[in-house]
Design a binder for this molecule. Structure first.
Ligand code: ARG
Length: 460
């Protein structure tokens, strides 16, 4: 490959080697910022004209040229050149080719340092908004399934051992809450993304009489970055975004882990639609939950991107350093991965089939109402610790008999406490246990229906 002079080459006596050119260029990935780069340039040029820094004719030429370029990019006709290093220089060079000197005036009062910081913020804001829509779709899928299965009993686990009956709807709404907090985190992060760096120029600001507020308004930024050094150098908004993405993926990873377990025939609680699974090339009987496994796996890569950005930033002196060019690939991949995960998971959860009988059988094997029996004794006056001990002994007997607590005859139950009466069988039933947890946030089917409906309403 030949090298050709860069836009900034006037000071240099020799060109960079092809290898160095490839190493330093970002056009291979930052072309994705193009649309936002043009938006930023248009707002900058309009401000320059408004402030009489460039002429109205220059502005008209710039507007026409940039519109043309955008058109070519969208049509896939724009030729990105490696020797022009990045998206900013590619577009600027092409603008000058199209409109002459006006193109060369566009960069007045601006540097690529504040330009790129602006582009990333515009790009990220747009994608945060897409992600918020994706999160809502995921939450809707969960809440709809929760409403449908509000009364289906399943074992709730602690330590992955059967603990107490919960409803499947209640379990799904736990994830609804997690994703609701993720949406709050994203919206909060967006506030800090949505500040304008332009005007900071290279690092110290500019001597032209610019109007930063005007640019901010035109680009829909809430405010203007208050310190020029900070504006060009920090990427904490991207770090914060990646941290939020890591939490989102952690939630998906936990859900995936459960789907994988539930689909194992030893649980047999659910079936995933075939389109989210694959077979084995050697074992004809297999149906593997590939999609949830990949979601769990991709979480590692998203965590990696967060660590990349933190590490990228930690040793940098103020202000801009070329290190920051490395912020884009982790950020882009994080957005791509989370958006895909959100869309696929929402579809997968909508298509989920459940096996209530398997859930019920599993509950019957775990003495899931032992706590209810203890609470029954406490309500009749026994101190909780004594009740706990009495029930533990009853469970031991049921274990030796290979039966459930509710299958023990009354006289045998009474041998553990004379407070036990016939009404105990209501307490020992799985349905009774769930129904009794009838408070805000509890698993009683009545409550779960209301919670699912409230959840759906919150998405409107
Ligand atoms: N491609 C660069 C980046 O992504 C643009 C800013 C370059 N600035 C500079 N002074 N070399 O960060």
């Amino acid at each position: 490959m030949t090298t050709s002079p860069q836009l900034w080459s006037g000071r240099f006596s020799e060109p960079v080697s092809a290898r160095v050119q490839r190493y330093t260029a970002s056009i291979g990935f930052d072309y994705r910022l193009a649309e936002f780069d043009i938006q930023g340039s248009l707002a900058h040029a309009r401000m320059l004209a408004h402030c009489h820094i460039i002429s109205p004719t220059d502005l008209a030429d710039i507007e026409r040229g940039l519109a043309d370029i955008l058109h070519d990019i969208q049509a896939g006709r724009f030729e990105w050149k490696l020797e022009l290093e990045d998206v900013h220089l590619n577009i600027e060079k092409s603008l000058t080719e199209r409109v002459g000197d006006a193109g060369k005036r566009l960069h007045t009062g601006r540097s690529r340092n504040d330009q790129v910081a602006t582009d990333i913020r515009l790009w990220l804001r747009h994608h945060i908004d897409l992600m918020l829509v994706g999160l809502r779709n995921m939450q809707r899928a969960l809440a709809q399934q929760a409403e449908k299965h509000a009364a289906v009993l399943m074992p709730g686990h602690t330590h992955l051992q059967v603990a107490q009956p919960v409803t499947f709807g209640h379990h799904l709404l736990a994830y609804f809450e997690m994703f609701a907090r993720d949406a709050e985190r994203l919206a909060d992060c967006r506030r800090r993304v949505n500040r304008l760096p332009l005007g900071a120029a290279a690092l110290a600001g500019t001597s032209y009489p610019i109007d930063r507020d005007r640019v901010a308004r035109e680009l829909g930024f809430d405010s203007v970055c208050a310190n020029s050094l900070d504006a060009v150098s920090d990427r904490d908004f991207a770090i914060e975004f990646c941290a939020t993405a890591s939490v989102i993926m952690t939630h998906f990873s936990r859900l995936s882990e459960e789907l994988i377990l539930w689909m194992n025939p030893r649980f047999g609680f659910i079936d995933l639609p075939d389109r989210f699974c694959t077979g084995s090339s050697i074992m004809p009987q297999k149906k593997n939950p590939d999609v949830p496994e990949l979601m769990r796996g991709k979480t590692g890569r998203i965590n990696g991107h967060l660590v990349s950005l933190l590490t990228l930033m930690k040793g940098q002196p103020l202000a801009y350093n070329k290190d920051n060019q490395e912020d884009k690939e982790p950020l882009f991949d994080t957005v791509d991965t989370v958006l895909d995960t959100l869309a696929i998971a929402a579809e997968m959860m909508s298509g989920l089939e459940i096996r209530p009988n398997a859930m019920h059988d599993a509950l019957n094997q775990g003495h899931a109402t032992a706590t209810d029996l203890a609470d029954y004794l406490v309500k009749k006056g026994l101190p909780f610790r004594d009740a706990h001990e009495a029930v533990a002994r009853a469970v031991r007997l049921a274990e030796t008999r290979h039966c459930t607590l509710s299958e023990l005859p009354l006289p045998e139950l009474q041998s553990f406490s004379d407070l036990i009466e016939h009404d105990v069988y209501g307490v020992l039933s799985l349905e009774g246990s769930a129904a009794s947890r009838n408070h805000f946030g509890g698993t009683a089917p009545e409550r779960v229906i209301v919670a699912a409906q409230r959840a759906l309403q919150s998405l409107q």
